[in-house]
Design a protein around this ligand. Structure first.
Ligand SMILES: [Ca+2]
Length: 214
């Protein structure tokens, strides 16, 4: 094989390889597919931790805030961000113009209902007033279970025989008796009896996240 034929063969082999890999022969594939929104802040994390029964602690850390003016947090009870509402009014000021990252914390305690799963989102506002929702990153969407339903007296996020057994073991315990514990008095009528058992049993096998759990 002459040198010319060898070079032609190598070129053909390279083209075949590109065709197999599904890549164009130009250098176009080396470009990033999409640029991030220019004024959206980079967040290292956004997390939520339940401190039952007082508050849910929300924490986030930014990388730099050169064009970030404010933050706001949204909360919902479904995974659909369109159903979430803003919980931080007024907005939380950022550090506009800073190339440093900052740590933030917010305690959410408004209207929390035991037995509910809360979904959170974070948005940052750029200098132009536009809110960036960060919807494309599941790491910035904490999901926080909050407490137990009053019917789930054992508090293991399912209403089942364990709750009925726990209630039955306190049968006829009334306010003032050493065995009385208001936690097991489902209907809060100062006695633990068949009514409480009936209420829990009516939600048999309901788990946290289901409407019947509440
Ligand atoms: Ca009762």
């Amino acid at each position: 094989m002459t040198l010319l034929k060898k070079q032609a063969a190598r070129g053909l082999l390279a083209l075949l390889l590109l065709a197999v890999l599904g890549l164009p022969a130009s250098g176009a594939w080396a470009r990033p597919a999409m640029q991030p929104a220019p004024d959206s802040v980079d967040l290292e994390y956004f997390i939520g931790t339940a401190h039952y029964p007082t508050y849910i602690l929300l924490e986030w850390q930014s990388v730099s805030e050169a064009t970030t003016a404010n933050f706001r947090l949204k909360r919902g009870v479904t995974p659909n961000p369109a159903q979430a509402v803003v919980i931080t009014t007024p907005v939380i000021p950022a550090h506009p113009g800073s190339t440093m990252g900052y740590y933030y914390a917010y305690q959410d305690s408004a209207g929390l209902v035991p037995g509910t799963i809360y979904y959170y989102w974070i948005e940052d506002q750029d200098m132009g007033g536009f809110w960036n929702p960060h919807l494309d990153d599941p790491n910035l969407n904490p999901v926080v279970p909050w407490g137990c339903s009053v019917y789930d007296v054992v508090c293991d996020f399912i209403i089942n025989s364990q709750d009925i057994t726990a209630l039955a073991s306190r049968w006829n315990c009334a306010l003032g008796n050493p065995c009385y514990d208001p936690h097991f008095d489902v209907n809060a009528d100062a006695v633990i009896d068949v009514r409480d058992i009936m209420l829990s049993a009516s939600r048999w096998n309901c788990t946290q996240g289901q409407p019947c759990y509440l």
